[in-house]
Design a protein. Sequence first.
Length: 275
Amino acid sequence: MDLAPGGKFKGRKMNNNRSQNASLGIIGFGAFGQLAALHLGQNFEITAYDPSPDVAKVAMQLGVRLSSLHAVSQADVVLIAAPVSSFEQVVSEIAVACKPGALIVDVGSVKVVPSEIMRRLLPNHVDIVATHPLFGPQSAGQGIEGLKVAVCPIQGRRHARLAAFLRKALGLTVIMTTPEDHDQEAAVVQGLTHLIAKVLLRMGPLPTRMTTKSFDLLSEAISMVQHDAPEVFEAIEKANPYSETVRHRFFSLAASLSVELETTLRIPPHNETGQ
């Protein structure tokens, strides 16, 4: 399952000789970029770019060399973990630096807009795959095996090899889809989860002593997203073209239910004789 040009990458190395691995450039070394480096360090020689000076220490701990955006963009595989707000600018800079045969992969929470940007700006001589790991540092705390990742083929044919690598080397459950189908489902799955979490957190502090199992599960779901960067919520609610419809429907149904309850409360109860 060679992901890099020339067949250099053959999956997980058994001899730990990293110098023989393909090169991986991670653009955006925040929480998810660091998570990717943690799990891909045995498979790739990793370099990363991030404008923040705060990532130097963790990069050293993970054995990742920090470099310029231009240099990182020349890797065999380029992983874009940049925020949606800077995505187009980043892709335009990758486009002039990436080498023929490179595999360009993004890991954002939305897929329609980033896919269009990559298809429009990146050259024809690279393969493009839009992905969305359906997990983050919080949910990956016990490992990533069995967790889900959405894979959307955009340009070229190496999406099948990438999917095989994700399954076999990382143990992920791969969902092949399109950017449109992904965003339609994510608008409900992620959009509602984050909306409910935001509302409940504003009602806090939430009870922790006298709770039910269902409430504990709800609290666990909140804890898994409450520490996400603000850019994640903004991308889910603003960059996903289907989120607005889902959001309006959710609040409309909630308001309708509230009216029903208020109406019921205003009707005086009947006594046992029906009077």
